[in-house]
Design a binder for this molecule. Structure first.
Ligand SMILES: Cc1cc2nc3c(=O)[nH]c(=O)nc-3n(C[C@H](O)[C@H](O)[C@H](O)COP(=O)(O)O)c2cc1C
Length: 238
């Protein structure tokens, strides 16, 4: 697990205190690849388990099962696309998991994100103030590149990324062929990330900020972001 900005390895997940339960918080996991057995999907499911142990209601949006068409700006969205957007919008927290494809997120993951452009006319727009936990799986060691891309997306959609991110290197060594997590440390880190998303989403929904949004200037007393159309207006996503 990597704490963004840290050069040291992440906290020992086994030292994580007993999770508090956060009722009525919805955490939605979105990701996986279109491969029949997807390790990024397995990672996502384990992280969702963590959110569930913290008391969140959880829902999995498996990109393979969703089978979203390519985003078309002029399309009248189908019922299933509107449902997809509604589920994401109703979440307090999200977990995103993508494989590293050619140095960044997969096309399927980015395509799903592009459909969220439809949330631009909601109030508040896009993913305002949702808490997002970021996961990637990679054949090699450059998974942080996908996570960094997800962080840019998070910011553009006006959400908050959990500072501790989880790029999983050498995924073939970490996951078994049957799709289970072979490395218990990684499983612990995934569950820990899920719990943090539930915790921070709960704090954000109750207090309007969470511990680390304060650190980034978005907490108590911060002014809302103002685009050309004013607070919460229809500024296009960056
Ligand atoms: C089209 C494609 C591109 C890939 N590009 C990279 C890459 O740039 N770097 C890397 O480390 N692994 C790369 N991989 C390996 C995947 O990131 C790795 O196998 C991942 O864990 C697969 O996740 P999945 O089982 O959810 O599909 C690539 C795999 C595919 C199919």
């Amino acid at each position: 697990m990597i704490h963004k900005g840290d050069t040291t390895s992440g906290p020992d997940a086994s030292a994580t205190p007993e999770p508090k339960r956060h009722a009525r918080i919805r955490v939605v996991g979105m990701g996986g690849s279109l491969a029949p057995t997807s390790v990024s999907l397995v990672a996502l499911k384990v992280a969702l388990e963590g959110a569930a142990t913290a008391g969140a209601e959880t829902q999995l949006l498996d990109l393979r099962a969703l089978d979203l068409p390519m985003f078309l700006p002029t399309a009248v969205p189908s019922e299933s696309i509107v449902r997809f957007c509604d589920v994401v919008y109703a979440a307090h927290g999200l977990l995103w998991s993508s494989p590293l494809y050619n140095g960044t997120v997969s096309g399927a993951f980015k395509n799903a994100i592009d459909w969220l452009h439809l949330l631009g006319d909601r109030h508040p727009p896009y993913l305002t103030d949702k808490i997002i936990g970021l996961i990637s799986t990679a054949g090699g060691v450059n998974g942080l590149q996908a996570v960094n891309t997800m962080e840019f997306i998070t910011r553009s959609l006006r959400a908050w990324a959990v500072p501790v991110v989880l790029p999983i290197p050498r995924a073939a060594d970490v996951f078994s062929a049957d799709g289970s997590v072979r490395d218990p440390r990684v499983a612990d880190q995934l569950r820990s990330l899920g719990r943090e998303v539930a915790r921070a989403a709960h704090q954000m929904s109750v207090q309007g900020y969470c511990d680390w949004t304060d650190d980034r200037g978005g907490g108590r007393g911060a002014q809302p972001a103002v685009g050309p159309a004013g607070p919460g207006g229809t500024r296009p996503v960056d």
